[in-house]
Design a protein around this ligand. Structure first.
Ligand code: 5GP
Length: 193
């Protein structure tokens, strides 16, 4: 079992058959050493592409995204869930939040995405794919190229990963949970860290 899977099993708290809480290392308290490994792993996996920018969604995507940006040596942009009054010209799209059960109008300034960019999207979780699809939409609005998507924890029993891959999007997930039934976490070994 790899370090990330180990962390998920020992510190994850299965709240239901479809939701897991990982507040001790990813969603509230953050484990910087693990994030560093994650940044290195995403960089290795996408080493065949010339990424110019990492894009994520606030707030839990920021830690793995910034470590990936650090290793790649490129800027990191995060989409905002609430548009500040200081944000003038921007791209925006609607995203339904899996955990908060609400719609968010996510925004990114037009200053930070351009048709010259080759984007790597990073997020903490992949469930039904709403967050990633919203970011893909913004990449399209900007006319940028999407190199792929890096996910820390994919829940393979939900359908986001399948839909995105069927759409031809390259999705690299570092841990893929295949089931959380009866409080027992099992992993899909395919593609994991
Ligand atoms: P999706 O948009 O793919 O349905 O859900 C992904 C988003 O919802 C992620 O950005 C993440 O913040 C949140 N999320 C989805 N499933 C879980 C989960 O089981 N646990 C936690 N902590 N967050 C989740």
């Amino acid at each position: 079992m790899n370090a990330l899977e180990q962390k998920i099993v020992t510190e994850g708290n299965v709240l239901s058959e479809s939701v897991i809480k990982v507040d001790s290392f990813l969603n509230h308290q953050i484990d910087p050493l693990l994030m560093k490994q994650i940044g290195q792993e995403f960089t290795d996996r996408f080493s065949d592409t010339n990424i110019t920018k990492v894009l994520t969604l606030e707030s839990s995507g920021i830690a793995p995204a910034i470590m990936t940006g650090l290793v790649l040596g490129v800027p990191v942009v995060f989409a905002k869930k609430r548009k500040p009054i200081t944000l003038a010209d921007h791209f925006s799209t609607e995203v339904y939040s899996f955990t908060k059960k609400e719609m968010n109008n996510i925004t990114i300034s037009k200053d930070f995405l351009s048709p010259d960019d080759n984007i790597l999207l990073i997020d903490d979780f992949l469930a039904n794919g709403q967050a990633v699809s919203g970011m893909v939409d913004i990449v399209k609005q900007a006319g940028a190229n999407l190199a792929g998507v890096g996910i820390v924890i994919e829940k393979g029993f939900q359908h986001g990963g399948k839909i995105l891959r069927q759409d031809g999007i390259r999705v690299e997930s570092l841990a893929i949970i295949s089931s959380m039934e009866n409080n027992k976490i099992t992993f899909d070994k395919e593609g994991a860290l």
